[in-house]
Design a protein around this ligand. Structure first.
Ligand code: 0L1
Length: 263
């Protein structure tokens, strides 16, 4: 579609930004704009990030979404997407998520990277490993700004910053070549009981492939993955809906653990 005065990306971004700030679920954008395409949706996402930057937030990295087959099937959405992480979205390891400040939050087990060099366009697995200073355990809290999770389409998710809300990072960072990143057992427990488990190759077949895909998606927008970025490689399983009192812990073989609570 082409933008006109009625379909203005800034206005759509403002609608989603207000929904986030006011913790109010809104109708998917495509319910009024069925022609909204994924590239247009990334324009809305970028406008939304500009609003957050104008409010003092600093971009610290990117997240991949819809990386596991389990998640794609659950959401009935078929390709990976990315969103942007800001400093204000970070929760300290062991910290508390205030559920009253969210709409319908859910949490997912992830693996994260920290880049030490810029990555641009088509990159190889070796180039990603060379450009990443470290790999570590992470969880992402999603909080789609749309009513009912199941009615939205890919452009809706993209425009809504891939549902990203908060993230928590493990405190111990490891060199990315120190282990086989495709074979790590990941176990997420809630209040001591196992809630989700998977092997790390559930993330796009290999979490490093997720970073390769991120670079390709960014290149389509004429963008690069900057040095010093945190990259959440995407979830290995479906998400757990957070309830007050939940204590969520993720253990990843070889990478350690991280915990967060919900109140
Ligand atoms: O991180 C993700 O998988 C993005 C997908 C968002 C859909 C959802 O809100 O669960």
């Amino acid at each position: 579609m082409t933008w006109n005065d009625e379909v203005d990306p800034s206005a759509l971004a403002l609608r989603l930004n207000d929904a986030r700030r006011e913790r109010r679920a809104v109708a998917p954008l495509t319910s009024g704009l069925p022609g909204l395409a994924v590239p247009d949706a990334y324009t809305v996402q970028e406008e939304g990030i500009r609003l957050r930057q104008a409010d003092g937030e600093r971009v610290v990295g990117l997240k991949m979404g819809l990386t596991s087959e389990a998640k794609r099937r659950q959401m009935n959405l078929d390709s990976p997407v990315y969103g942007v992480l800001t400093d204000r979205m970070r929760v300290a390891a062991g910290g508390v998520i205030a559920l009253g400040q969210a709409i319908h939050p859910k949490i997912e087990p992830e693996i994260a990277f920290r880049t030490s060099r810029e990555l641009r366009g088509q990159v190889t697995r070796d180039e990603v490993l060379d450009a990443c200073a470290s790999v570590f355990v992470a969880m992402e809290i999603l909080d789609s700004r749309y009513r009912d999770f199941k009615y939205f389409s890919l452009p809706d998710v993209v425009a809504d910053n891939a549902s990203s809300s908060l993230f928590v990072l493990g405190e111990v960072e490891h060199p990315p070549r120190a282990m086989d990143l495709t074979k790590l057992e990941m176990r997420m427990s809630v209040n001591g009981a196992l809630a989700q488990s998977a092997r790390s190759d559930a993330i796009s077949g290999d979490p490093v492939v997720s970073v390769i895909q991120l670079c390709e998606l960014l290149a389509r927008r004429g963008q690069v993955l900057p040095a010093g970025s945190i990259v959440l490689a995407g979830a290995a399983t479906v998400a757990h809906m957070l309830q007050p009192g939940d204590r969520v812990r993720l253990d990843v073989e070889g990478l350690g653990s991280v915990e967060v609570s919900a109140a």
